[in-house]
Design a protein around this ligand. Structure first.
Ligand SMILES: [Zn+2]
Length: 247
């Protein structure tokens, strides 16, 4: 016999199924990323209609069947409707959802990723922080939460802590001046960029979106994260392609 569970979560994607239903992928706090059917969600008078969309965040009552979950009720506390009025913001948002989907699994605690995703979507709505910076922070912190962040606290070769620094994609992190002479792929990285990455990796989620950087550092981080994502993430993100075509 199945049981009913209540989970806090966010809808990452919603796909039409059959005539009236939807299949939701929900990132939940305790059960990680799960799939759940919202029966009748495409009927106009359905109580699931509004919440069965990407970005819907709240509490989901789920019936756990043998192979899948079925939504029995939902109480949405944030639909992130402001994102639908912000074209670029929504494109970034969809990419954030896709990246969260890539990095999460069923039955693996999803609490840190859920919190990070929620705060990052809120940061997209904050006009004081450029969306490009929010993207860099979210990407780097996502990798950090999942144990894939680059080594930016010391030289990946000799463990030395003295700059000036170069960054090596092959070694996935910093190289000091001496060690960089032996490694060919290192490129120069500014102290400000290194410090920013250190801050992002060591900061709590609550304090992540409380700073800004100069245009030069933003460009530097942008280029670096793009390369780093390419060597780290072995999936083509559809939403990222769309986002890049709009730059
Ligand atoms: Zn070194």
């Amino acid at each position: 016999m199945g049981e009913t569970v209540i989970e806090t979560g966010m809808v990452l994607s919603a796909t039409p199924v059959g005539e009236y239903d939807k299949r939701l992928v929900i990132l939940t706090r305790e059960r990680g990323r799960i799939a759940a059917f919202a029966r009748g969600a495409r009927r106009l008078n359905s109580p699931f209609m509004a919440g069965s969309r990407p970005f819907s965040f709240g509490s989901f009552e789920l019936y756990e069947g043998r192979n899948s979950y079925t939504v029995s009720s939902m109480s949405i506390s944030n639909y992130f409707t402001e994102l639908s009025d912000d074209f670029m913001g929504a494109l970034y948002g969809f990419y954030f959802l896709e990246l969260a989907d890539y990095y999460t699994r069923e039955n693996v605690d999803g609490s840190r990723m859920l919190k990070l995703l929620y705060q990052s979507l809120r940061a997209l709505l904050n006009c004081h922080i450029p969306d490009r910076l929010v993207k860099i922070i979210y990407e780097l912190k996502t990798m950090s939460v999942n144990g894939e962040a680059p080594q930016v606290f010391s030289c990946t070769c000799c463990r030395g802590e003295e700059g000036p620094w170069k960054f090596s994609m092959a070694r996935r992190g910093l190289l000091c001046e001496e060690c960089a002479k032996k490694q060919k792929d290192g490129f120069r990285v500014s102290e400000a960029a290194v410090y920013t990455m250190q801050y992002i990796i060591s900061s709590t989620v609550e304090k992540l979106y409380t700073f800004n950087v100069s245009d030069a550092v933003l460009r530097e981080l942008d280029e670096m994260m793009e390369l780093f994502c390419r060597v780290t993430i072995d999936k083509k993100m559809k939403s990222l392609e769309i986002l890049k075509s709009m730059y």
